[in-house]
Design a binder for this molecule. Structure first.
Ligand SMILES: Nc1ncnc2c1ncn2[C@@H]1O[C@H](COP(=O)(O)OP(=O)(O)OP(=O)(O)O)[C@@H](O)[C@H]1O
Length: 751
């Protein structure tokens, strides 16, 4: 195993420091031309990296350098000062910058992990006990009975040999053969003494045993007889067992996994087709450096590796299948990962004992929880290293995508159940596949639909229109809140709990949302509404969860895919779908959900936005009975707190009034053509007059943010205030408004 040698490094540094001092005294070194040329030739080695040093060859020579005159043959030579003038951070800085490892292992600090480990051990012991208990009457007892007579014979034989000192016989025979009469006589005398004593003891013991047996047979209580017989069968059966046939079989067979060693890793890394590593290994070097010893982490091995200069973790992630082959492990065991606290070339290679897809169903942490707080993260699943992964939901929108049957609905269920366990959350569930995957949660939903027909799609589109109105209502409501109650102008737990404000969290799920957004009649408006909600609803407690099996431009408007903050991508077919769900350039950066295997990897996907770096997660799995149980608990919570509403109460929830108001048209109506430029605060006042139920309480800022999704820019507009003063305030140009309306109408016409 290779480790960085700190002491050597320190020594080298000191030497470099001293050399630098010397060179400073003596002035700049004169560089030997031959050496410089040979260094240049060496750097032409194709295996050499393209580091800045190498490219320095082509740099112009520094004037005033003694080399300038010597290099008349115009060959470029190195101009670097040959000794470092600065030796990098000192010892103290390096100590300060070093990473401290945990004093107490994480599993001991985390209650959940500790409970998990303890539960696993208890399960293991329980299984072993049950396994053997079942076999005692049917297998172990009969075996002991059969082996007991042989055990009696073995025992008598051993006693007999002991009594006649059989173990000394070979020695005596050897001395007799060597005709060493003196030693032979000594040994014979010793044997006679021993045999006399042992015979006596054997006779006494035999007699005692006979008396005991006679007593047990004729005089003892039946219980004593049974115990004695059982003990005798157990004892003699045990002694009578052949050496190659143990009494019991193993309850658990350990899957022996080869230990991950540095040699295995070096060989595997050399085989994945990265030139720098392969050529270094061919020269007898390692190519990679180990930043820490290879250790056990969770159910696998972890190697912290520094890749060669210029090689990134994405380069390795691209070649994951080759790496798995090089390590001789299944693909689902090999997980190259970046270290967010280190440089781009630091690779954390985690090699699991078991394929992630063979982990079985991951238990959801909240499966038995009494309730949950939506302002905390919702447990989502585990990563390949077995660490729990969760998703923040409040102030976020989530987009989930994959090929059919890869686990979208299952992951949607986990998020919906997490929200359902908070009784303050209003749930709007739309499942536009029509298979009833979310039916269990209907009893707690404010709005609910399951279906693929036009009516169901319209219902979902109506929901988006209603949500858009709700976002606008909330924006005005939150604006009116006093600053001390709402300093950040966003919904907090405290605000959500004030029911009179009607600002409780609202989670709307649209499963198979492609059926809504790609609908010829309702799709376009639904897309615009969703985009509006995603952009403005976050801070106002309105969250969308969208799941699609068709992540393309028509079924998933770019305004949506570009603005969601949490992304979960299970198996997809290609780069385009990958980047639609995970964001532009994800594929290029090595975040590739194309690597998952169809069906085998159902439930495994890349989660982005919930952690610093994208992470592979196997989602927790909730089957129907588990989802039902959670829904019933959520229902009881809502009943107790009086938060059940809408569909769950059997009430006909309002249908969207359709475009009963149209913001752009309303603004056009209140800003006359003669008014080329107008302040937003004036628009707000006029809108409030026009439709107080929608725009009541609006200020200039509400107009600004409501116009943002329509790409109408707010700018400084000069004007005269009500008291006659000339001043500049935020406003719009009417021409921008009319242009946007014209474009929109044209697009609608085209649809
Ligand atoms: N987290 C998981 N753990 C284990 N198995 C899972 C997991 N998620 C999904 N599966 C398996 O994949 C199957 C399909 O899951 P699901 O219905 O969620 O897929 P989907 O992507 O929503 O499919 P469709 O696009 O057809 O609606 C499930 O029945 C289950 O067997």
């Amino acid at each position: 195993m290779k480790h960085p040698d700190d002491e050597n490094e320190l020594f080298n540094r000191l030497e470099a420091d001293m050399a630098a001092d010397r060179s400073a005294d003596a002035g700049a070194d004169v560089v030997d031309l031959d050496k410089a040329r040979s260094a240049r030739t060496e750097s032409a080695d194709p295996s050499a990296d393209g580091s800045p040093d190498a490219s320095a060859d082509s740099q112009p020579l520094a004037s005033g350098n003694p080399l300038t005159d010597a290099s008349v043959d115009s060959e470029a030579v190195r101009v670097d000062v040959m000794v470092p003038t600065q030796s990098g951070p000192g010892l103290l800085d390096r100590i300060k910058g070093s990473k401290r490892l945990d004093v107490i292992p994480v599993w001991m600090k985390s209650g959940a992990e500790f409970k998990d480990a303890a539960g696993w051990i208890a399960g293991h012991v329980g299984h072993t006990v049950a396994f053997h208990a079942v076999r005692v009457p049917f297998l172990y007892a009969p075996k002991l009975v059969v082996r007991a007579p042989r055990g009696v014979v073995n025992t008598l034989g051993k006693v007999g040999r002991w009594a006649v000192d059989a173990e000394g016989e070979p020695l005596r025979q050897a001395e007799a053969r060597r005709e060493n009469s003196e030693l032979y006589l000594k040994l014979s005398k010793q044997r006679d003494r021993r045999v006399r004593l042992r015979m006596l003891l054997t006779a006494v013991g035999g007699l005692g045993s006979l008396v005991a047996v006679l007593y047990l047979v004729y005089g003892a209580q039946p219980l004593t007889q049974i115990i004695a017989a059982a003990a005798a069968v157990l004892g003699f059966g045990w002694v009578g067992a052949p050496a190659d046939a143990p009494l019991s079989t193993r309850a658990v067979i350990k899957t022996e996994v080869q230990k991950l060693t540095s040699d295995i890793v070096v060989k595997a890394m050399a085989s994945i087709g990265i030139g720098q590593i392969a050529s270094a290994v061919a020269k007898g070097q390692d190519g990679i450096k180990f930043a820490a010893p290879i250790t056990r982490e969770g159910p696998g091995w972890r190697a912290d590796i520094d890749l060669p200069l210029g090689v990134t973790v994405a380069d390795v992630a691209d070649r994951r299948a080759r790496l798995a082959s090089g390590l001789r492990r299944p693909l689902g065991c090999v997980w190259p990962d970046a270290d967010p606290n280190e440089h781009e070339g630091r690779l954390i290679l985690w090699v699991g004992d078991r394929d992630l897809s063979k982990t079985g169903n991951v238990k959801w942490q909240l499966v038995n929880a009494a309730r949950h707080d939506i302002f905390k993260r919702i447990p989502f699943g585990i990563d390949p290293r077995g660490r729990a992964q969760s998703v923040p939901m409040i102030q976020h929108n989530a987009l989930i995508g994959s090929l059919p049957g890869q686990g979208k609905t299952s992951s949607v269920r986990v998020l919906a159940c997490g929200a359902a366990l908070d009784p303050s959350v209003e749930l709007w569930l739309h499942e536009n596949k029509g298979t009833g995957d979310l039916d269990s949660l209907e009893c707690v939903s404010h709005r609910f639909v399951s279906g693929i027909d036009d009516e169901s799609v319209k219902y979902a589109a109506d929901s988006l229109a209603l949500l858009r109105e709700e976002v606008m209502r909330r924006a005005a409501a939150i604006k009116k809140l006093p600053r001390d109650l709402c300093p950040d102008k966003r919904v907090t737990r405290q605000i959500a709990d004030k029911r009179s404000l009607k600002l409780w969290p609202l989670l709307a799920v649209f499963d198979e949302c492609q059926n809504v957004f790609a609908h010829p009649k309702y799709g376009r408006q639904a897309g615009e509404d969703a985009e509006f909600i995603i952009k403005l609803g976050r801070a106002l407690g309105v969250m969308l969860v969208l799941a699609t099996q068709r992540p393309d431009k028509d079924s998933l408007p770019t305004g949506i895919s570009g603005n969601v903050s949490i992304r979960f991508c299970l198996k997809v077919a290609g780069q385009v779908e990958n980047d639609m769900i995970l964001g532009t350039s994800s594929y290029k950066n090595g975040v590739r959900a194309t690597q998952f295997r169809p069906e085998i990897d159902a439930g495994n996907g890349y989660l982005k936005g919930a952690t610093t770096l994208p992470v592979v997660v196997r989602t927790a799995y909730l089957d129907d009975p588990a989802t039902n149980a959670i829904a019933q608990r959520a229902l009881a919570l809502r009943k107790a707190e009086g938060t059940l509403s809408g569909h769950a109460l059997g009430e006909d929830t309002e249908q969207a009034k359709g475009p009963s108001y149209d913001l752009l048209a309303d603004i056009a109506a209140v800003v006359p053509e003669s008014e080329e430029r107008v302040w937003n605060e004036r628009i707000a006042l006029r809108l409030a007059e026009l439709r107080p139920e929608v725009y009541g309480g609006w200020k200039g800022e509400n107009v600004t943010s409501a116009l943002k999704p329509h790409s109408i820019k707010t700018r400084d507009v000069a004007g005269t205030s009500d008291d006659g003063a000339r001043t500049t305030r935020r406003g719009i140009v009417r021409a921008d408004l009319t242009k946007t309306i014209a474009e929109r109408d044209k697009n609608r016409g085209a649809a």
